[in-house]
Design a protein around this ligand. Structure first.
Ligand SMILES: [Zn+2]
Ligand SMILES: [Zn+2]
Length: 435
């Protein structure tokens, strides 16, 4: 393996994906690039709609928006370096049947474990910084899609996944069992993993690995077990009231804006739980149509989180009661739609130990941490949990990388020199498990 060449290639892929970011459920360009390369390498593929349980999909844009995203995906960028065969993009997108996602399987033909690895592909809904000190801007690979940025490093995750695919295919004669590479849409907002899990993409796995770049862990450091991902539920609340003249007949209106405002304040006042931490956030609130009109409608985008499933259920239940109560106060009605959900999971000690042994042998990290604190929430926990419930083992790894700004910030950028160590780490762990 010419690692220098591979590094150049993976950085080029990462920068290409960075320039053309796609948010949850719209990763059609990304998926087609992934599918094309993996097919060329000789993986067996399941793509798009065949990787998703449709009844479990949360937070997907409208069909009209999907149409627009598919159209954009078909035209943007000439494809990553060394990438797509001519005319292949439209063909792949067509075969996805309006749902992104790729599951690639390498069957070695020798008895052994099933090892599944998950890579998320989506970007964040935030505008990318246009500042001289921001490298993507300075070096010409900043996002060309307004309000979309790879500000969580999933562009690097995809590049690492493609690197792992390439190296494992070269080593296939020394591997046993089956390797499954899962390229997941919609991690942001915890939208995609649940539907893939329900479709069975991790079923039969003896081992499951996911990995995140950055996350407060510096370059040269590798974490074997990310803990502390919070259970979460994301939801939209639509409040419907009755508009009326603000001066002529205010008593005839049913004020959806006040219902939403009361709900927002009360949501942030939910009593904490004795048993652990919890969070509530109302991130978006829009209401009303005109200055002199009693607002007839309001929309809120909110989320609740808890350290355990029990705490998460508690805060979500209280939130629903508050929404109903606030709606009733103003004679309005509220309709709640779940748009995402994540659970918690903890790495298995036996797998953490094997991963640790593999990383130590590798010798390319200056520090190996048994546990690191994962921030926020992460929907790969659904996959971990499913594998663990079926008797397999799972862990969530942390790939250290010096980042230039916090995750989800428009100035976010990774240290690209951590991409190759990420590939080496995953390959080493797979070899430890299935070598
Ligand atoms: Zn993120
Ligand atoms: Zn992320």
């Amino acid at each position: 393996m010419d690692w220098k060449m591979l590094e150049w290639e993976l950085i080029s892929i990462r920068r290409d994906l960075h320039k053309y970011p796609e948010s949850a459920w719209t990763e059609f360009r990304t998926s087609s690039i992934v599918a094309d390369r993996l097919a060329q390498l000789g993986f067996e593929l399941t793509i798009g709609k065949d990787t998703i349980e449709l009844s479990a999909v949360m937070g997907r844009p409208s069909e009209a928006e999907i149409d627009a995203h598919i159209a954009r995906a078909g035209t943007q960028g000439g494809g990553a370096p060394g990438g797509e065969a001519p005319g292949s993009r439209a063909n792949w997108i067509d075969r996805m049947k309006r749902y992104p996602g790729v599951v690639a399987t390498l069957k070695t033909g020798r008895p052994g474990p099933v090892v599944s690895l998950r890579f998320d592909m989506d970007c964040v809904d935030v505008d990318e910084a246009r500042e001289p000190r921001h490298r993507p801007h300075k070096e010409g690979f900043a996002s060309v899609n307004p309000l979309l940025t790879h500000a969580c490093g999933h562009d690097a995750h995809v590049a690492i996944g493609l690197g792992v695919a390439r190296v494992l295919m070269e080593k296939r004669d020394s591997l046993r069992g089956e390797i499954r590479l899962i390229f997941q849409p919609g991690e942001e907002g915890c939208r995609g993993a649940y539907a893939m899990t329900q479709k069975g993409v991790v079923d039969g796995s003896n081992y499951f690995l996911a990995m995140h770049i950055g996350g407060g862990v510096p370059s040269g450091v590798f974490g074997l077990n990310s803990l502390g991902y919070l259970c979460t539920t994301k939801f939209d609340a639509e409040i419907t009231g009755k508009p009326a003249h603000a001066a002529g007949a205010p008593h005839e209106g049913h004020n959806a804006l006040l219902a939403a405002a009361s709900a927002a304040l009360a949501l942030h006042g939910i009593a904490p739980h004795r048993d652990g931490s919890m969070r509530v956030n109302v991130g978006v609130m829009n209401a009303g149509t005109g200055r002199n009109v009693i607002a007839g409608s309001a929309v809120m985008k909110a989320e609740t989180r808890g350290e355990t499933q029990e705490i998460s259920d508690y805060v979500y239940k209280r939130a629903q009661e508050i929404l109903q109560g606030a709606a009733a106060m103003y004679e309005t009605e509220v309709r709640v739609t779940k748009t995402g959900e994540g659970t918690t999971a903890t790495g298995d000690a036996a797998l953490v130990a094997k991963a640790g042994a593999a990383i130590r042998k590798l010798g390319c990290f200056r520090e190996i941490r048994e546990t690191v604190q994962g921030g926020g929430s992460e929907d790969a926990t659904w996959m971990m949990r499913r594998v663990q419930e079926n008797g397999g083992q799972a862990t969530y790894l942390a790939l250290g990388s010096d980042i230039t700004a916090p995750h989800h910030n428009g100035c976010f950028d990774i240290d690209e020199s951590s991409i190759i160590p990420g590939v080496e780490a995953l390959v080493a762990i797979v070899e430890e498990l299935a070598g």
